[in-house]
Design a protein around this ligand. Structure first.
Ligand code: NCD
Length: 318
């Protein structure tokens, strides 16, 4: 079985071989980009609409570049200047755009579950570019590809995910993906930023960085999601950096060849020391951005192929 779904809403419904199919295709695109080879225009004649109801730099740019590299017509809906500001509901906006018959709808929304809801109402393929604290599937896929390229495998690795786990859709999608591929996962952060019930997810939970990072192969840092906090989660940013910010001292507990990741945007000096983030021997943060384009090309390529298949007389999609 390869990736056969109609939408990419989350990692949760994906089987391990679907994840591998997406990552393999992305790896091919990443290799082509590095060699300067042009990909086949598999999205030619297709319309892609990016609807971002939350701020974004890299994800939106990455989806736009990915679509354009594959020949799609890409339209970015400026939410700030759209009818959303006049009180139109998400569903009404989506239905209006759906009537213009796009092929791919890329959606980011501050409410968990909003993208799933929208996918039930439209006829095109929907890609979740992050919904609230729920899922961010393309981020987890690009993180997985980055890890596989750096470590040569994507199983039986010790991976520490650190910081604001409670508010992070990146953490959630990564926990699901890396868990499905049988890695050893550790969640590290202050108890106030640990979701209740985390201990039941088949992960180890730590509130001490040095213990949590011990012998880790991968150290994944997360941004403090201040926009999703209503105060009182950390004493101060200075104190937070002291206890949970990744610096050379804390990183020394991990394996000598451990890689450092961050989905961006980074708060330097809050969750990560700037010199670690810029250390090309440890940090793969720029590679994550590079893999982001390749993963989004792969996801849109495979979804468009599934749509074509569904429109042929014998095609069936679940
Ligand atoms: C992440 C997001 O938006 O969830 N960023 C991203 O997609 N590159 C992480 C974050 O905002 O902290």
């Amino acid at each position: 079985m390869t990736f056969r779904a109609r939408h990419l809403l989350g990692i949760e419904p994906l089987a391990p071989d679907e994840i591998t199919a997406l990552i393999d295709r992305a790896d091919t695109y990443a290799g082509m980009a590095r060699r300067g080879e042009a990909p086949a225009p598999v999205l030619q004649g297709q319309t892609q609409i990016n609807m971002f109801f939350e701020n974004s730099t890299r994800t939106q740019a990455s989806f736009e570049i990915a679509g354009k590299r594959l020949g799609a017509q890409v339209m970015n809906m400026g939410v700030a200047s759209s009818s959303v500001k006049k009180g139109e509901t998400l569903i009404d906006t989506a239905m209006t755009l759906n009537a213009m018959r796009p092929d791919l709808l890329v959606v980011r929304h501050p409410s968990s579950g909003a993208v799933d809801l929208l996918a039930e109402k439209v006829t095109c393929a929907v890609l979740n570019a992050g919904d609230g604290r729920h899922e961010h599937p393309t981020q987890a896929l690009l993180d997985a590809l980055t890890i596989r390229r750096a470590k040569g495998r994507l199983h039986r690795l010790t991976i520490a995910i650190c910081g604001d786990i409670a508010h992070s859709r990146v953490a959630r999608s990564n926990i699901l993906l890396l868990g499905k591929l049988e890695n050893r996962l550790r969640l590290v952060g202050p108890p106030t930023l640990m979701p209740p019930g985390a201990k039941d997810w088949g992960v180890e939970v730590y509130d001490d960085m040095t213990e949590g990072l011990r012998d880790a192969d991968v150290v994944m840092m997360l941004r403090l999601q201040k926009e999703r906090m209503d105060g009182g989660f950390i004493p101060s940013e200075r104190e937070y950096f002291h206890r949970y910010g990744l610096d050379a001292g804390k990183l020394a507990a991990a394996k000598d060849d451990a890689i450092v990741m961050h989905p961006g945007p980074m708060n330097r000096g809050v969750e990560i020391d700037g010199t670690i983030a810029d250390d090309i021997n440890r940090s793969v943060i720029q590679e994550q951005v590079e893999m982001g384009v390749a993963v989004r090309m792969a996801a849109m390529d495979l979804l468009a192929a599934n749509m074509r298949e569904a429109n042929t007389p014998r095609g069936v999609l679940t």
